[in-house]
Design a protein around this ligand. Structure first.
Ligand code: 13P
Length: 253
């Protein structure tokens, strides 16, 4: 593995209220009792903005970190109703931030806008979970590598190194569908991404590539045998303590 840590990152999307902390608490209890196995595990929950401060205070001394799911690109206050910037996210207690998720790209977020957000997040000392991935249509046209190249080149423009970036490969057609790429196909795409990043960023020790899209306790076994994968970005299954714990249990890494 390029990086010794294994990331289990939950993306709650539009899920949860203050009482949902009990889900994360149960997962934290599991982590405590399985300490030896989890030495290199890094568990992160990216929750709705309103929950960041409360959850990060409550989990302050735990093995779990809190993240957000998107931000405004401006690194300052401004007249943007309903928006929140990375500085505010950081001050609320988050350490991580998902950017470039396909659900936001679908709403019109461009690669260059994502780049602005990434630069602002790094400035505020957040670790970015940078999502890339092709749609089914793009895959059908055999343009996956071209799409991923553009997302990486523009998204990571003017970024000096990958110390604060975790790249999450999430094929759009796999998100919420129960369909995952065949291992062979995934190995090929991940190695394309790795080579691409290695060309632009010299320091290989920072390189972390994770996979997201319909990860569950049944497919995690096969997914975790993929060489050089640093972890998983988990949507639906991260909203259930049992499902999330089962994923961690069945992971071979
Ligand atoms: P699912 O695990 O629900 O497919 O969602 C994946 C995802 O979008 C994580 O960011």
């Amino acid at each position: 593995m390029t990086n010794k840590y294994r990331y289990f990152i939950g993306n709650w999307k539009m899920f949860g209220d203050f009482s949902s902390l009990k889900i994360i608490n149960s997962i934290n209890n599991y982590i405590k009792i399985s300490k030896t196995k989890s030495k290199y595990n890094r568990v992160i929950f990216c929750v709705p903005n309103i929950l960041i401060n409360h959850f990060s205070n409550k989990l302050n001394k735990s093995n779990i970190s809190i993240g957000a799911q998107n931000c405004h690109q401006l690194n300052d206050y401004g007249p943007y109703t309903g928006s929140i910037n990375s500085k505010m996210i950081k001050s609320a207690g988050a350490k991580f931030l998902i950017l470039g998720h396909s659900e936001n790209r679908r709403e019109g977020e461009t690669d260059s806008l994502i780049n602005k957000k990434i630069r602002s997040a790094i400035k505020n000392d957040l670790t970015v979970i940078f999502c890339i991935g092709e749609t089914l249509k793009q895959k059908g046209k055999n343009t996956t590598n071209k799409i991923l190249s553009k997302q990486i080149e523009t998204g990571l423009k003017k970024i000096k190194n990958l110390q604060k970036i975790i790249v999450a490969y999430e094929p759009v057609w796999s998100i919420g569908t129960g369909i995952i790429p065949r291992n062979k196909e995934l190995i090929k795409t991940l190695s394309f991404i790795r080579n691409k990043l290695n060309k632009s960023f010299k320091n290989k020790s920072f390189l972390r590539i994770i996979y997201g899209g319909s990860v569950n306790s049944k497919n995690i076994g096969a997914l975790s045998t993929i060489p050089d994968i640093s972890g998983f970005l988990i949507g639906g299954a991260s909203t259930s303590a049992k499902k999330f714990i089962d994923i961690m249990k069945n992971c071979y890494m």
